[in-house]
Design a binder for this molecule. Structure first.
Ligand code: UT7
Length: 323
């Protein structure tokens, strides 16, 4: 890896502020999720703006210029618009060359997916520096009348520069990604695609907002994130106890506590920032990874495990030997 950066919009929205909009309370949100506040972008700040800011931070960290980037992949489920891709919009904002730019939709597991795609394309030999960005403006698809979802999510972005590294055994060791589309209906946004193009009825029925069956999602998330983590560790002959730091998708503290128990790893190996950002979907992993790195919680030679889960259903895990 060549560099990492993140960005969250400055506006903080507390649980108490949400309790003035929907029938909820700070106590309920904290007890059931661990979330205290989230960041919300203003109307003039698009998903691509969040992503571009995180990318600039990652490029500064990597000490590379825009012309050195030869591949851009974005993970988002809240693109600026259905097309062109948010990657193409960010390309222009960053002043990148006419390189390949595309989006991948794998919801909250999106960043793990683009890490894998970026690494595979670097390995193929045609690229040297890939910029991968997870960015979300989830506030734009929240139903602010639905207390079961609007308290959970926030806006943000994180980015990594993947650089071709010939040193064996260092950097990203491997990724496992998977999906089960049969369970797609438990977390989706039904309106706005070709299945339900926008009509007065779809808008009045609030079909253009995120819908989630929280309890069902919770159960699958715990099971598949643990399975995926064990799979990537076994593939690389690393024992769970040898992992120094686990960056889990920041959806709910109770999910992370269950994974910690099931894997026999103490919670102090799991950096947490969902209390301050809520669930930022594809931005969640790079935002938490960047914070943990800047706080000195990840050191050279550490085994770092990333695990995520999201709509699709999709999930995945990445094993990194940090350098
Ligand atoms: O990133 C993508 C993956 N997404 C996730 O990982 C989310 C996974 N799911 C979860 O995190 C949890 O299931 C939730 C936080 C969404 C919900 O927690 P829960 O403990 O499963 O609560 P519940 O859905 O069973 O609801 C319990 C009660 C219900 O009331 P009744 O039916 O018991 O009277 C809800 O109506 O809590 C009520 N409730 C709320 N009350 C106050 C639901 N949302 C709220 C709210 N404030 N915001």
């Amino acid at each position: 890896m060549g560099g990492i950066g993140s960005y969250a919009p400055p506006q903080i929205v507390s649980n108490q502020a949400l309790a003035k909009i929907v029938d909820t309370s700070d106590e309920w949100i904290r007890a059931r999720t661990g979330i205290r506040e989230r960041r919300i972008a203003n109307n003039g700040e698009n998903c691509s703006d969040l992503g571009a800011k995180a990318a600039r931070a990652a490029m500064a960290h990597a000490k590379i210029d825009p012309e050195d980037i030869d591949l851009l992949i974005v993970a988002t489920m809240t693109p600026d618009m259905p097309f062109p891709s948010t990657a193409c919009i960010i390309q222009t904002k960053l002043g990148l060359r006419n390189i390949p730019c595309f989006d991948i939709v794998a919801a909250c597991a999106g960043f793990i997916y683009i890490l894998d795609v970026g690494c595979q394309m670097l390995k193929s030999g045609n690229y040297r520096n890939a910029l991968v960005i997870g960015c979300e403006k989830l506030s734009s698809i929240m139903d602010w009348q639905d207390r079961t979802t609007c308290v959970l999510f926030g806006d943000g972005a994180g980015a990594i520069i993947l650089t071709k590294n010939e040193t064996a055994g260092l950097g990203i060791l491997g990724t496992c990604i998977a999906a089960n589309g049969a369970d797609g209906k438990i977390l989706n946004m039904p309106g706005g695609g070709s299945n339900e193009p926008a009509t007065t009825e779809t808008v009045l029925d609030r079909r253009h907002y995120l819908k989630m069956m929280g309890k069902e999602v919770f159960k699958v998330a715990v099971r598949v994130m643990e399975q995926s983590a064990l799979e990537v560790l076994a593939t690389h002959n690393v024992k769970p106890e040898d992992v120094d730091c686990v960056i889990s998708h920041q959806a709910n503290i109770r999910i992370i506590e269950l994974i910690s128990t099931r894997m026999g790893l103490p919670m102090d190996k799991f950096p947490i920032n969902l209390d301050r950002y809520g669930n930022t979907s594809a931005a969640s992993i790079p935002l938490a990874l960047d914070e943990a790195y800047r706080e000195g919680r990840i050191k050279s030679g550490n085994y770092v495990l990333l695990i995520a889960f999201g709509a699709g259903l999709t999930w995945g895990s990445t094993l990194i030997k940090w350098h």
